[in-house]
Design a protein around this ligand. Structure first.
Ligand SMILES: *[C@@H]1O[C@H](CO)[C@@H](O)[C@H](O)[C@H]1NC(C)=O
Ligand SMILES: *[C@@H]1O[C@H](CO)[C@@H](O)[C@H](O)[C@H]1NC(C)=O
Length: 402
């Protein structure tokens, strides 16, 4: 009797072991390769070195993907509430890369390990809650970065993380959006219509993208943004009129979303095409395999999306606007990197000494250089080795579908 039980136990174990390798394990193993410069210093910015990220754990929803578009995002540990809000609003797969900077010596300290455990526990709690309460199908990768000091810890590797999160997507199309942007319920509704979804997915394969118009709220805090996300575009009108809602960054950076043509969107019955304009930085639905990667030299804050969109336009991608879906910014405390970037940007007009060795100056130079090389056709996006390795080894990234 005992022996039979043991045999059955052994059999079951071997079935489990030999059963298909899980998505989580694939991701963990493609992150195994070592980076040359393990610990980030400020000098890495000037030298344009890729950030070294270590994957510590991956969570992957057991729920079936409900939409053919994966929402892809990245965040620091203090933004988990925003991820939660996205998962409550979005009805499809949601893939996130969570970044944890650790000020470390030659080895990780026990305090460093404690921080990793605390982040993993917080993610675990959110993940379990979203498996039952959330409408999205959540996938999260927790990655840490060893940094030399406080200053180096502000070099948030936004584009490296955007690329990592995209690796967790396995649908035909994706939308790489920031964690503080809530997708409207109307977007999920439209995409859950199989005919519509197929049309978008097919067009995306032909180098077309669908811009999701972005708004920001000026009243009411996060709960007002949550409410806006449940409205149809017709219901937005009154809130625009009473100035509680506006085109994203309309005042501070009008060029960034101008090409979307919001006036046209409000009366559009179907998707319409638009022309790329300089500094355009929309969030878009695009093909998972063919969209250009984000350039990992952009860290901290500034131009990280602008260069990717310019690269898409230059590579022959054309832009449409989604007729019903939209994004709404969910307010949150400003990041340190953004604060310091903008401080240097504005104060350096009277005090040029601030520019020396600053993030702002470096990003401006990088963009001027890349903008010029885009024109001459010489621009080449930089990605890190871990990404290249993962794209090669992850089964759902094999280019066999076409
Ligand atoms: C916005 O786009 C329109 C064309 O669609 C153009 O005439 C206008 O100058 C643009 N405005 C800004 C701020 O870029
Ligand atoms: C980018 O390149 C275009 C085309 O050469 C040029 O008109 C524009 O001024 C450049 N912008 C920046 C910020 O360098």
């Amino acid at each position: 009797m005992k022996f039979t039980k043991l045999l059955i136990g052994l059999l079951l174990t071997s079935i489990c072991v030999s059963s298909e390798k899980k998505h989580e394990d694939y991701i963990m193993s493609c992150f195994k390769s070592d980076c040359l410069d393990k610990k980030t210093t400020w000098q890495h910015l000037a030298n344009d070195l890729p950030t070294c990220l270590k994957a510590t754990k991956v969570w992957w929803s057991g729920k079936m993907a409900q939409l053919p578009v994966t929402l892809v995002t990245q965040l620091s540990a203090d933004r988990l509430k925003q991820l939660r809000a996205q998962c409550m609003a979005w009805k499809g797969p949601l893939a996130a890369a969570l970044h944890l900077p650790l000020i470390a010596g030659a080895q990780l300290s026990s305090e460093n390990h404690f921080k990793i455990q605390a982040a993993a526990a917080a993610i675990d709690q959110l993940f379990k809650e979203m498996e039952t309460e959330g409408s999205c199908q959540l996938r999260i990768a927790l990655l840490y970065e060893a940094v030399a000091n406080e200053r180096a810890s502000t070099l948030y590797p936004v584009n490296t993380l955007r690329n990592v999160a995209r690796l967790l997507a396995d649908t035909e199309a994706m939308a790489n959006i920031d964690v503080d942007m809530l997708p409207s319920v109307s977007l999920s509704t439209d995409l859950s219509n199989a005919g519509n979804a197929k049309l978008y997915v097919d067009r995306c394969k032909e180098k077309q993208v669908y811009v999701i118009p972005a708004f920001e709220t000026l009243c009411g805090g996060p709960s007002f943004a949550d409410r806006i996300s449940t409205m149809s575009k017709r219901e937005l009108g009154p809130h625009i009129q009473d100035e509680c809602l506006s085109q994203f960054r309309a005042r501070v950076a009008p060029a960034c979303h101008n090409a979307t043509d919001f006036a046209r969107w409000f009366s559009a019955e179907s998707a319409y095409s638009i022309q790329y304009q300089e500094s355009f930085e929309p969030w878009v639905i695009s093909d998972r395999m063919d969209t250009p990667w984000y350039d990992v030299r952009y860290k901290g804050y500034g131009k990280n999306k602008i260069v990717q969109v310019a690269h898409m336009a230059k590579s022959g991608f054309t832009f449409n606007v989604h007729p019903t879906g939209f994004l709404v910014h969910r307010p949150h405390p400003e990041s340190l990197a953004r604060k310091s970037f903008l401080r240097v940007k504005f104060k350096s007009k009277n005090n040029p000494a601030l520019l020396k060795d600053s993030l702002y100056q470096h990003i401006e130079d990088l963009w001027a250089q890349h903008n010029a090389s885009l024109v001459s056709g010489m621009y080449k996006v930089m990605v890190d080795d871990a990404l290249t390795e993962c794209v090669k080894s992850l089964p759902w990234w094999k280019p066999s579908r076409h």
